[in-house]
Ligand binder design. Sequence first.
Ligand code: 6PG
Length: 262
Amino acid sequence: MEIGLRIEAEVKRMISNSKSGKTVSIFDDENQMLKFLIEKWEDVAHERIERSGYFTVALSGGKTPIVFYQKLTEWENKSFWKGTDIFLVDERFVPSEDKDSNYKMLRETLLGKIPIPQENIHPITTEKGSLEALAREYEEDLKSFFKVSKDQFPNFDLILLGIGEDGHTASLFPGSKALSEQRRLTAAVVVDETRHDRITLTLPVINHAEHVIFFVTGANKAPVLKKIIAGDDPSLPASLVQPTSGDLLFVIDREASSQLYA
Ligand code: 6PG
């Protein structure tokens, strides 16, 4: 059986076993993969802007999505940007000019290159205030924009996530207290000395999204991706991403899928 088909068959078996509504799309070619992501983005944007006049997305940091953000700047439907609101999934607790700032990365790869109104960009402020206070401030931004009251969660149209080799997603790390947050929209995360402290969306917000996309590439992610797609290790934060009514899509390259049929 051609290796591609064998992978698809194996992935289908794993997904059906893990009884969750996830879809896995595997790509040999990066351009095909980015074209697929742009089409998905366009479909959701079109449907949402037609239906409500606006399209709300939360974007992740890290290295993997940079190629996608750069590709999005070439997207011809420029008129959609004025109806698009861009939030951040998480942020490192560094000044917005810092090399490790997700907002800086997004400005340089996407936001500074598209005709999106400044008021449609919703960064996580990291200057002037404690980690906890700025996490609260972002929560208030979300509550006022989505008009949600206590015990309600915003309904993002699309959330783009990555996965770390340890199975973290957003800034929800294995064993971190933020993983069990069931009421707040954001969490202040103190990780360890190797990583910057973080502010992140919480799991309930991620799981209330209409469309959640994991964009994952590289062989270094293959071992953890196998466990997450099989759904047999709940200690891996990315395994806890199970949209309550939305759909979950894995867009991965051949390298990242390399252990799915091992
Ligand atoms: C961040 C991200 C984080 C990221 C993963 C994967 O701020 O770092 O939001 O969750 O998606 O760490 O990062 P890479 O894409 O760099 O492997």
